[in-house]
Design a protein around this ligand. Structure first.
Ligand SMILES: [Zn+2]
Ligand SMILES: [Zn+2]
Length: 387
């Protein structure tokens, strides 16, 4: 008997040193079972299974011990009368975030992490964060399966801690969903309202950003061009994700479309990507005499743009069409949208203009000013072209 308790003690200290080492828990379980402490042994087997769900040998042992237990459990994890203090929340911590497991998943190498923690690690390299086993195949299939048993163990024995953990998660999600305060900013290219913007996402920080925009359900983020001094420009365009295609290695192609313009009020950072406090830009509406003038200007610049596009060479035209779609038709009411007519943005994306010039026009909240600026560019490109 003395030897048994010594074995239990040894295994216990081993578990203390390496709490996530399944073998240590298995040794402890065996020692406890041999010492006749079946209830405690079963708890340790639960731990083993939670850490390594597909460990058949342990499952069989657990079933054997289960039959000998003082409490009558109907299923493997049905020990409803187990003392809660046998399970410490410290044993159920994710080694990546040091918090209680949230949506735990087990890797093929038998390690358990929160789903989101594991995903963030795999953004950087495809190895298990603990044992460094290559997880490329696992990543490719995206077969992250939640370890239901672990969830059950958490719910049953650490209900309060789990509820607290859930609350923290929900607060984080709420914070991430706020599209005014700390809007994620993708620093890459010029984007315009109503114009499609396909993105190839490979940088870890942007993988995280895209995933979050999908998880929170906002499916939106800001797009700005880079700025040498500030990091990114003072104006940008919100993009709405229409579709995401993931490649086996974790890269993705994201199909987005511009929705609204914004002005950056302050710059920030979050988990490696840029964020900004923003204010949405809306065109100032005009009335009466001014509106009559505006419609006249609108119609004439539209015709000018249309004839410029018609005059382009066929191969140039088809290139533009395949990238940006058809030249949008004229709006009956040029002030209908807070961004103004779509054709202006289409033209701005298509015309051979530098980013800085595009940005100046993007920032304008007067449709009249925007039309005048576009007309100036049209005159310039029409003159420049050799006849
Ligand atoms: Zn975690
Ligand atoms: Zn591993």
């Amino acid at each position: 008997m003395r030897n048994f308790s010594q074995a239990v003690q040894d295994a216990d200290s081993l578990c203390g040193i390496k709490p996530l080492w399944t073998k240590a828990h298995c040794l402890k379980a065996t020692a406890l079972s041999e010492a006749g402490q079946n209830d405690e042994a079963l708890q340790e087997y639960f731990m083993c299974i939670a850490l390594k769900p597909d460990w058949t040998k342990v499952k069989l042992e657990a079933q054997k011990v289960n039959k000998l237990c003082s409490f009558q459990a109907t299923t493997l994890c049905g020990g409803r009368t187990v003392h809660a203090d046998l399970l410490d929340s410290g044993d159920m911590e994710c080694s990546l975030c040091m918090r209680l497991f949230y949506e735990p998943v087990a890797t093929p190498c038998g390690h358990t992490f929160c789903l989101k923690c594991l995903e963030r690690c795999l953004d950087h390299n495809p190895n298990c964060p603990l044992c460094k086993e290559n997880l490329s195949e696992y990543l490719a299939t995206r077969g992250y399966s939640k370890t239901l048993l672990m969830e059950e163990v958490l719910q049953r024995y650490l209900g309060d801690e789990l509820a607290e953990r859930k609350k923290i998660h929900e607060e984080e999600m709420k914070e991430l969903s706020n599209l005014n305060q700390e809007v994620p900013i993708f620093v890459c290219t010029m984007a315009f309202p109503t114009i499609p913007c396909p993105l190839h996402v490979f940088e870890p920080r942007y993988r995280l950003m895209i995933r979050r925009s999908m998880e929170t359900g906002t499916k939106q983020f800001g797009m700005c061009i880079a700025d040498e001094l500030k990091g990114f420009a003072d104006y940008g365009c919100m993009l709405q994700v229409r579709d995401v295609k993931f490649f086996p290695d974790g890269r993705s192609v994201v199909d987005t479309i511009g929705v609204s313009r914004f002005k950056v009020l302050s710059h920030g950072q979050r988990d490696g990507y840029n964020t900004a406090k923003i204010e949405y830009l809306v065109d100032k509406k005009v009335e009466a005499e001014e509106l009559v003038e505006l419609v006249k200007l609108h119609d004439s610049v539209y015709d000018q743009a249309d004839s410029w596009f018609t005059s382009l060479k066929d191969n140039m035209k088809s290139q533009i069409l395949s990238h940006f779609g058809h030249f949008p038709s004229k709006d009956p009411d040029p002030q209908a949208s807070p961004c103004g007519p779509a054709w202006c943005w289409w033209l701005l994306a298509v015309l051979p203009l530098e980013n800085r010039a595009q940005l100046t026009i993007l920032a304008m909240t007067s449709l009249k000013d925007r039309l005048i600026a576009i007309r100036r560019v049209l005159i310039f490109v029409t003159r420049k072209r050799p006849r």
